[in-house]
Design a protein around this ligand. Structure first.
Ligand code: ADP
Ligand code: MG
Length: 263
């Protein structure tokens, strides 16, 4: 498989995994700098369908930049990212098409504040997917119901609490029927007692089989919901493994030291 990937990388052709199942995301040798500052190096990561991968690590370790390389909000300097077998570095990749398939939820919600909840959810499906307004609203109401906000469909988003806003943001992403959901510290802007309502929605989504990459400082979530935990330190993946292994018996002193801050 390694050779197939290398061959694909060299030729620029799409890498197609074996019949056992194609990864949703496969990252190999990813490197990213801003000026002289190397922010990511030697990043290898595979996310299989239905998996939840959590990325933890100190502020500045490169977590957001890695996440942003997965949907080309940042362009890698070297290495490869395959999304469902397609090499994102290849020039025939339509970035907008790609982002339709990858939902992203940010710390700061990024909602359209001049629209109500329902219009936030239907804008992209109507304009990008050419859904009819009626169809898009039907889909949106289903997702709003799933995050417990069907009653707020016609509320202005500025009137919602932080936790409600973030649940709208998640529902909005789901309306595009993504193959992958990226979360960048989705609860960091929320009061601790509000975080739970967002984490519960994410937990439900994971249980439904959504493939997710989650940057978070919520160690209980990382431990209980993820299939794999990735610990980043100074631009590299220092250690990764099952939550059980990483939280109870980490290999590296620096992993141990990082985790001890959350005890
Ligand atoms: P994290 O999400 O783990 O806190 P980031 O990926 O945001 O880390 O940042 C990693 C490093 O890259 C930091 O030193 C940050 O200052 C730097 N960085 C991130 N984005 C940019 C940018 N657009 N321009 C310059 N430096 C950046
Ligand atoms: Mg960050």
């Amino acid at each position: 498989e390694k050779y197939a990937k290398i061959a694909a990388a060299v030729s620029g052709r799409p890498y197609v995994a074996d019949a056992a199942g194609e990864p949703v995301i496969c990252v190999e040798g990813l490197r990213k700098s801003f000026g002289d500052h190397v922010v990511l190096r030697d990043i290898d990561l595979t996310v299989n369908p239905g998996q939840v991968v959590t990325i933890i690590g100190a502020s500045g370790s490169g977590k957001s930049t890695l996440l942003r390389c997965l949907n080309l909000l940042e362009t890698p300097d070297a290495g490869h990212v395959w999304f469902r077998g397609k090499d994102l570095a290849a020039d025939h990749v339509d970035v907008n098409r790609l982002r339709e398939k990858i939902g992203m939820v940010f710390q700061g919600f990024n909602l359209f504040n001049n629209m109500d909840v329902l219009d936030n959810c239907t804008l992209a499906p109507v304009t990008l997917k050419k859904m009819t307004k009626a169809e898009a609203e039907k889909v949106a109401l289903r997702h709003l119901d799933a995050v417990g906000l069907a009653d707020f469909a016609h509320a202005n988003v500025t009137r919602l609490s932080g936790g409600q806003k973030q649940r709208v943001a998640i529902a909005r992403s789901l309306c595009m029927q993504p193959d992958l959901m990226l979360f960048d510290e989705p609860t960091s802007a929320l009061d601790p007692e509000i975080s739970g309502e967002v984490l519960n929605v994410m937990r439900d989504l994971a249980a439904d089989g959504m493939t997710m990459v989650v940057v978070t400082h919520e160690m209980a979530f990382a431990r209980n919901v993820s299939d794999e935990v990735v610990f980043m330190d100074q631009g590299v993946i220092a250690e990764k493994g099952s939550p059980d292994k990483l939280f109870t018996n980490p290999e590296l002193p620096r992993t141990r030291e990082f985790l001890s801050r959350y005890l």
